[in-house]
Design a protein around this ligand. Structure first.
Ligand code: GTP
Length: 363
């Protein structure tokens, strides 16, 4: 199937600040956060390659200098990679226009655009073939969600043409939303104004529809996740480790947990639910770690409980502490007796002192 595609070029949007994922993104841009044992982008690069993409231009801005040392020329992925940087962030449309300077595609060639924070199981090759067959200006991947009230929605007509981009509303007209993967005809990218802040979602796409261009929706219900929040980030890593979404970049067999080199997990610890254990991380006897991301060199002391959470590089969760649906920043210490729940975030280097646990019978 994919062999019928021409050698595809892609632009990967990776310049966002990732504010919703702070404090994890204070030191590392979202696309480089370790996810199921490798930088998040490794999963996207490997998938793109499997669909015939051969050359990718990174559109960088926030912490731009960190990308090239991580991926180099791309040969480890069978790809050729280029890096383009905006001096000031230009938004999604401006970033695509800026990165297009490094494309080699001709005006009528398709170019794949990927948001750098999406995990998707959809058939990119089929999306490109649909775009070519319908001679569209842009073909957007649309995903169907159960609760569209949390997103802007994207209605289409009977022929699949997108009719509008609607803001969030309590009564959405469709459960289809923009899934952050587009095929553009190259000449359409060149029509985006240069060196200006432009949003494809708010300006480019509505403008194309207004002027009668063919903007197509490519809808499906395969696996899809935007890893923009801590809870979604943890879910993405967990789903990859468990094999709910296959990834050619997973550094080991799918299973209850994935342990990187030098990790020490006590045989008396319970580590499951798709937990990723970072390099040299330690999980002590009697500790329970479920569905979580443990980054390199962190320590989960004996008897600590960690569920649906991220524990940062070099952080420590002490014996008797509970971390549930929370983020513990790099090198932070959660002292004995603390209970972190409901999306709590501990900033890097913070030390939460021991908390005496008092039961009503003690007082
Ligand atoms: P939040 O700050 O948490 O909303 O995250 P974000 O900064 O990543 O923004 P958002 O999730 O809306 O961005 C969608 C995609 O576009 C991500 O892959 C971002 O990296 C990317 N992106 C957003 N704005 C820019 C920009 O100005 N320049 C570049 N190069 N990429 C951008």
């Amino acid at each position: 199937m994919t062999s019928s595609l021409p050698d595809l070029e892609a632009i990967l949007l990776v310049g966002g600040q990732g504010t919703r994922l702070r404090p994890l993104t204070l030191g590392t841009p979202k696309p480089l956060l370790p996810t199921a044992g490798v930088p998040f982008l490794a999963h996207q690069l490997a998938r793109a390659r499997s669909f015939g993409v051969r050359r990718i231009v990174f559109a960088t801005s926030y912490k731009a200098a960190m990308f090239e040392p991580a991926f180099g020329d791309g040969s480890a992925f069978g790809l050729s990679l280029e890096y383009m940087t905006e001096e000031t962030p230009l938004g999604t449309g401006g970033a695509i226009r800026n990165a297009a300077e490094a494309l080699t595609s001709g005006p009528s060639d398709p170019v794949l655009i990927l948001n750098g924070d999406i995990l998707s199981g959809h058939d990119i090759g089929d999306q490109v073939r649909t775009h070519l067959a319908r001679q569209a200006a842009v073909t957007l991947h649309l995903t169907e969600v159960d609760d569209p009230t949390r997103f802007g929605c994207v209605p289409t007509d009977a022929s699949g043409r997108v009719t509008a981009f609607l803001e969030k509303t309590p009564n959405p007209v469709t459960n289809r939303i923009n899934a952050g993967c587009y095929v553009f005809t190259r000449s359409v990218i060149d029509s985006i104004p240069r060196d200006e802040v432009v949003s494809v979602e708010r300006e480019t796409f509505p403008g194309l529809i207004e002027s009668g261009e063919v903007v197509l929706g490519y809808a499906d219900r395969t696996y899809w996740l935007d890893v923009g929040t801590p809870a979604a980030f943890v879910r993405g890593s967990r789903d990859l480790v468990l094999g709910r979404l296959g990834s050619p970049a997973l550094p080991g067999p799918a299973g209850e947990h994935l342990a990187l080199d030098g990790a020490r997990v006590s045989p008396e610890a319970k580590v499951q639910g798709g937990t990723a254990v970072g390099a040299r991380a330690v999980v002590g006897a009697g500790a329970s770690v479920v569905g979580s991301v443990l980054l390199d060199d962190c320590v989960i002391e004996p008897g600590a409980l960690v569920t649906d959470s991220v524990v940062g590089t070099g952080a420590r969760v002490c014996a008797g502490a509970v971390v549930h649906d929370a983020v513990v920043g790099d090198r932070a210490v959660v002292g004995p007796g603390n209970e972190l729940r409901h999306g709590v975030r501990v900033w890097p280097d913070v030390a939460l002192p021991e908390r005496a646990v008092r039961y009503s019978s003690d007082v």
